[in-house]
Design a protein around this ligand. Sequence first.
Ligand SMILES: Nc1ncnc2c1ncn2[C@@H]1O[C@H](COP(=O)(O)OP(=O)(O)OP(=O)(O)O)[C@@H](O)[C@H]1O
Ligand SMILES: [Mg+2]
Length: 260
Amino acid sequence: MAQESNEEFDLRKFVPEENQRKTFAKVFDKRTIQAVHKLSTKGYFDVLEHIISTGKEAHVFKARDKAGNARAVKVYKTDTSDFNKMHLYLKGDRRFSKVKKNKRDIVYAWTKKEFRNLLLANQAKVRCPMPITFHENVLVMEFIAGEDGEAAPPMKEAPPKDIKEAYETITGFLARLLFKVDLVHADLSEYNVLNTGKELVVIDFGQAVLNTHPEAENFFKRDVWNLANYFSKKGFKKEAEEMNADIKSLKGSLNSGKDA
Ligand SMILES: Nc1ncnc2c1ncn2[C@@H]1O[C@H](COP(=O)(O)OP(=O)(O)OP(=O)(O)O)[C@@H](O)[C@H]1O
Ligand SMILES: [Mg+2]
């Protein structure tokens, strides 16, 4: 969308680097730029340093606040996403079932859903980015750094050294999500687990749904299938059914109270 000169002026404040600013202005509309600006003005971050990832539905930036802390800022696009698919995930989740079926409302609900899901996952003690705030289609969260200080690579590119230990960690995460906070990630694969070198961190919770969603069981099966496949390829042979049973067997060992 064409940018007017006053927007360009605003943009300079939080995207100081020229090439980054051009990309930003090209991809995001005026309201998105205002939303980023608002969060920046409130002090959640000072500048967007660079783009980490340009996905179909969102762009993720590395940002820094005035105190020098790195932040991840995920900006959902309001034009090119698959809104029908998003609406299906929202409609079946009782927290968002009343969402209106227009692009903007869907994307705002989606952003809020990722924020709420990250809170739940943190509550379940699943290692994932700590959500900091959101406004409209912009989500600010903890930045997950790799050994070089840049964004940690996904497990796909940086396989864990101890694959059995990784399997146990991930099955534990899935069990905690499901049995402690009733959540199914619904897009889990080796692409959405980052490996910092010290720990595995699950990301990308926008599509995660409560397990009362009519498709929750299918989403869960797909998550387990993806991961069992990954671990098998890495030499830790697991059928999806076996992994499913391993996750379910952890239920008893988790405290039954949701806050435990
Ligand atoms: N909190 C974070 N800290 C560091 N890097 C992050 C963080 N969140 C996301 N990223 C980076 O951005 C990439 C995309 O993030 P995410 O998967 O959440 O978005 P996405 O739009 O779903 O992207 P994709 O369509 O590629 O899955 C990640 O692979 C990772 O490199
Ligand atoms: Mg992703």
